[in-house]
Design a protein around this ligand. Structure first.
Ligand SMILES: Nc1ncnc2c1ncn2[C@@H]1O[C@H](COP(=O)(O)OP(=O)(O)O)[C@@H](O)[C@H]1O
Ligand SMILES: Cc1ncsc1CCOP(=O)(O)O
Ligand SMILES: [Mg+2]
Length: 267
């Protein structure tokens, strides 16, 4: 088996053995997130009912949990799934969408953090607030630059013993010690709803492919979005044509091109 040491090798390994990714995500993101995973070579399943989420997490290779359209019943399913993933040693990714906005969300995220996500992916405002800082987030959208979230990400990674990925104009990934920045993508990406949510699901798919290297798999997922986003923007007239071009760009990207074009630097 080819070693999965580079982002490109991880992408090819994922396509060779498509991981079943259990995505508990929001109503807005379900369709595009599933299509992003299929285009990238993974196998998505959007399963959230409390009656089955724990059992399903046990048969999937990774779990992603996104609180975008949260409800009490959904939270029950999230907790059951997170406990099942954690107890079976499977990676699970938390996307704390707009957790700062309401008391309900803040409590939900506190409960989920206590279940030890292995990776946390959010925009700069979400990560600043999650680490206890003052963020300027508005609803689900970030109003803070990523560079102002880097220290928060390092502290959060240390505190949670997790990988933390902050996305925006230049992404940042850390395990609390190591850290890299990833350039690329397009200004059109935040204009398409649920691309961040979709990226969280792709982080789960890569994590399932090489769970022994969650730092590397998280970088690989973000680099995949960065390169595909640049490709999709080339011919896009706006967010609408960008969205379908982005799916095509993900499907067209191969490991060699990803390794050749990913712009990852040590932070
Ligand atoms: N200004 C930008 N330039 C290039 N890429 C961006 C920009 N803003 C966001 N992205 C990319 O869009 C994707 C979604 O991330 P983001 O918008 O930060 O998350 P969220 O949707 O959760 O707020 C990521 O791949 C990120 O790198
Ligand atoms: C608009 C909206 N409302 C609740 S979840 C959601 C989608 C958020 O997607 P993303 O965090 O990827 O921008
Ligand atoms: Mg988001």
């Amino acid at each position: 088996m080819q070693s999965k040491t580079t982002s490109g090798a991880m992408l090819e390994a994922m396509r060779e053995k498509p991981p079943l990714v259990h995505c508990i995500t929001n109503y807005v993101a379900m369709n595009i997130a599933a299509n992003v995973l299929l285009a990238s070579g993974a196998s998505p399943a959007m399963v959230h009912a409390a009656e089955e989420a724990g059992e399903f997490a046990g048969i999937a290779s990774a779990l992603t949990v996104n609180i975008g359209t949260l409800s009490t019943q959904w939270l029950d399913g999230m907790r059951a799934a997170a406990k099942a993933a954690a107890s079976s040693g499977k990676p699970w990714v938390l996307d704390p969408v707009a957790h700062y906005a309401t008391a309900f969300r803040r409590q939900a995220v506190a409960d989920l953090l206590a279940l030890k996500p292995t990776i946390i992916r959010g925009n700069a405002s979400e990560i600043i607030a999650l680490a206890g800082g003052e963020s300027r987030g508005q609803g689900v959208d970030s109003r803070d630059p990523v560079e102002q979230a880097e220290d928060s990400a390092r502290r959060l990674a240390e505190r949670q013993q997790a990988i933390v990925a902050v996305t925006g104009a230049v992404d940042f990934v850390t395990d609390g010690a190591r850290a890299v920045r990833i350039k690329g993508g397009s200004v059109l990406m935040p204009q398409v709803t649920a691309l961040g949510c979709s990226l969280t699901c792709l982080v789960g798919a890569f994590a399932a492919t090489a769970p022994e290297d969650l730092f590397g798999t998280t970088v690989a997922a973000l680099a995949t979005f960065a390169v595909a986003g640049e490709d999709a923007a080339l011919g896009a007239a706006g967010p609408g044509s960008f969205a379908w071009r982005f799916l095509d760009a993900l499907a067209a990207l191969d490991g060699e091109a990803l390794d050749a074009r990913a712009r990852v630097s040590i932070a």
